[in-house]
Write a protein that binds this ligand. Structure first.
Ligand SMILES: C[S@@+](CC[C@H](N)C(=O)[O-])C[C@H]1O[C@@H](n2cnc3c(N)ncnc32)[C@H](O)[C@@H]1O
Length: 248
């Protein structure tokens, strides 16, 4: 066990049945597509997401990514992000570290986010795909190597089978994985074998997955090296940064 840490959660959570996991994943996959929003609401979502890494509880993640890219030679460092929304990370680089070059490839299925990045950061590469599709990509579709694979509040929206396949593909393409996700089941403290879910928004019965990331890393030759829990802006405990590197 590389990391010995007491993780605290404010969320209600537990193991669930496989068919419940399928149903939750289906709902999460359709969350954005099914959203019955008018143009003004869509614009609000797109504009507010750009600022996600400027939040106090999230800033440290973007700062860690900037530091990795600043130290990387040759420049620019290549960063691959899953579920990147409209690339709040690129807004952070632009405003906080404009001197640090980054070559960004983002995977994202929600089209208004893709359109926003294409307009504001035409030099970035956006790929319209889900994590499930990404896991089947050939090298030609997403040419390696990348300095870093990242995903922030994205893998918790995926079925454990999909999140594991996504990490497995990421491990083929990069040497380091840096996530911001639900950390409480990272080492299988709740379960390493059964799907685990937690209630994200009780008022709308929205569930997210709590992954045993350590087992996903081990399965693809990576090892967990760091967990940094942080209190969410809502005041709740349970999220944090997770880092893993190639095991050899
Ligand atoms: C809560 S948002 C987080 C966005 C961004 N990573 C951030 O931290 O601001 C979740 C993102 O994951 C994407 N997403 C959800 N399920 C996905 C899936 N199965 N495959 C790829 N992306 C997914 C959503 O479209 C959305 O952009």
């Amino acid at each position: 066990m590389p990391i010995d840490i007491n993780l605290v959660s404010s969320f209600q959570m537990g193991t669930i049945q496989p068919e419940q996991a399928d149903r939750i994943y289906e709902m999460l996959l359709n969350l954005w597509k099914d959203r019955d929003v008018d143009e003004a609401q869509e614009r609000y979502v797109v504009e507010s997401y750009r600022r996600n890494f400027f939040r106090e509880d999230r800033r440290f993640v973007a700062e860690a990514i900037v530091d990795i890219c600043r130290g990387h030679e040759p420049k620019p460092a290549r960063v691959l992000e899953m579920g990147c929304a409209n690339a709040p990370l690129l807004h952070f680089f632009k405003e906080v570290a404009p001197e640090v070059p980054v070559e960004f490839v983002g995977i994202e299925p929600y089209k208004p986010f893709i359109a926003d990045v294409n307009e504001l950061f035409p030099e970035a590469t956006m790929v319209d795909a889900t994590a499930e599709q990404f896991a089947e990509f050939t090298e030609a579709e997403c040419p390696p190597p990348f300095r870093l694979f990242t995903a922030t509040v994205a893998l918790c929206m995926m079925h454990p089978r999909v999140a594991q396949a996504c990490i497995g593909k990421a491990a083929e393409l990069c040497d380091e994985i840096l996530l911001y996700d639900f950390v409480v089941n990272t080492m299988g403290g709740i379960s390493a074998t059964e799907p685990v879910a937690f209630i994200w928004k009780p008022e709308i019965k929205q569930f997210y997955f709590a992954h045993c990331f350590e087992s996903y890393f081990q399965a693809c030759g990576f090892r967990l090296v760091d967990i940094q829990p942080r209190v969410h802006e809502s005041g709740k405990h349970g999220f944090g940064m997770i880092r893993a590197v190639r095991a050899d």
